[in-house]
Design a protein around this ligand. Structure first.
Ligand SMILES: Cc1cc2nc3c(=O)[nH]c(=O)nc-3n(C[C@H](O)[C@H](O)[C@H](O)COP(=O)(O)OP(=O)(O)OC[C@H]3O[C@@H](n4cnc5c(N)ncnc54)[C@H](O)[C@@H]3O)c2cc1C
Length: 183
């Protein structure tokens, strides 16, 4: 596998199993201390959405299977495979007037609650402060206030995502109380 081809396309980092920093990067893919035995060939930490597209395209061209790593909070370590790691994508933009927010996938429950609090807004976050939005929302999102607000996924207005053929979907907002953007 020619990893240099991948490195040239990626603004973030590419760590292969042959490198000394790999064991630390691999361990970081799972939040708890129970680390699976299996090992990926490569971990790509995306710096932006174009990195995700590039990594997915490289994987497809080379017959590699990939998984996305959000915050690594699944107990069985689902994200320990050839990884596209989104953990540095944690920015948010909030619009108080429309009560909407754009968020990147790896913003945590704690960070999102704190940011929204600055505007007297709230979102149905989960109870664990370090869980990230991406896996939480894909899960449905069982929130603190679920009996009143429903699961978190019902407050998502639009999602921008990278498809397996390497295309990025376009944003399309209609009406909802909170727009959530994640890759
Ligand atoms: C201590 C603790 C407390 C929790 N509390 C709650 C709670 O209150 N409510 C609740 O609903 N859940 C809760 N959870 C469960 C948590 O929401 C799920 O485990 C969730 O999947 C974690 O997301 P992650 O991005 O951190 O995990 P990851 O392990 O990174 O990802 C989980 C799965 O989703 C996939 N994935 C992640 N991000 C993306 C993405 N952007 N695109 C495509 N696939 C992606 C991964 O490939 C993997 O298969 C809790 C978990 C823990 C450990």
């Amino acid at each position: 596998m020619n990893w240099d081809v991948l490195r040239k396309r990626i603004k973030g980092t590419v760590v292969t199993a042959a490198e000394p920093t790999f064991s630390v990067a691999r361990a970081a893919m799972v939040w708890n201390k129970i680390k699976p035995d299996r090992s990926p060939q490569v971990i790509v930490t995306a710096k932006n959405d174009n990195d995700v597209v590039a990594a997915v395209n490289f994987a497809r061209e080379n017959g590699l299977k990939v998984v996305i790593h959000g915050g690594g909070h699944t107990w069985c370590g689902l994200a320990v495979r050839n990884d596209v790691d989104l953990s540095t994508l944690n920015e948010s933009t909030i619009d108080k007037a429309s009560c909407t927010a754009l968020i990147q996938p790896a913003i945590s429950n704690r960070e999102l609650a704190s940011r929204l609090g600055e505007y007297d807004l709230a979102f149905p976050i989960g109870h664990c402060p370090t869980v990230k939005a991406s896996g939480y929302l894909l899960n449905g999102g069982m929130s603190w206030n679920m009996s009143e607000w429903g699961p978190a996924c019902l407050s998502i207005l639009a999602v921008e995502c990278v498809t397996a053929d390497g295309n990025m979907t376009q944003r399309d907002y209609s009406s909802a109380t909170l727009a959530v953007l994640f890759l």
